[in-house]
Design a binder for this molecule. Structure first.
Ligand code: T46
Length: 133
């Protein structure tokens, strides 16, 4: 089975344009405690390089595109995000890296918890150890 859990959002569109609504514990499978977005990333820049212990997140490219590498310590999968109607769910203990950002990319992230540096695992060997436990 693939690592990528994609969520297709319902689009409330009409002749005026498109609208997507994101609601805690409805089309988003957790209570949203934080939203952040990443933009203005140069093409050759790679971000991420960590896993979270518990945090659950949904990554949505609301504009432009980027790639996300997912790694559970055994399997790796690259997901291209280029559609604002699709979210990528990333749960705990998934190493992830984001790269190949297009100039207009806005990567919006819905997160289940407030920012907590203690939830990050930045060391790949430590990630593998925690994954095996
Ligand atoms: C993740 C991927 C997808 C804060 O102060 N509050 C926040 O909510 C966030 C997300 C970051 N920061 C600070 C921490 C750093 O000093 O902003 C700076 C840049 O964050 P970071 O280097 O962690 O950015 P990325 O792109 O490597 O990772 C981010 C998220 O941090 C991370 O949780 O899963 O996006």
């Amino acid at each position: 089975m693939g690592l990528a859990k994609m969520i297709q959002f319902n689009v409330l569109g009409d002749e005026r344009g498109q609208l997507i609504s994101l609601e805690s514990n409805k089309n988003v499978p957790f209570a949203i405690n934080r939203i952040y977005y990443i933009y203005g990333v140069e093409l050759d820049v790679r971000r991420g390089f960590h896993a979270h212990k518990k945090l659950e997140q949904i990554l949505i490219c609301t504009s432009g595109s980027c790639n996300v590498l997912l790694d559970d310590g055994i399997k790796k999968q690259v997901v291209r995000l280029d559609n604002p109607t699709i979210g990528l769910f990333v749960g705990g203990l998934i190493w992830h890296e984001m790269y190949d950002f297009s100039p207009e990319c806005v990567l919006m992230v819905l997160a289940s918890e407030h920012y907590d540096e203690a939830d990050y695992i930045h060391d790949y060997e430590r990630f593998l150890k925690e994954e095996r436990q």
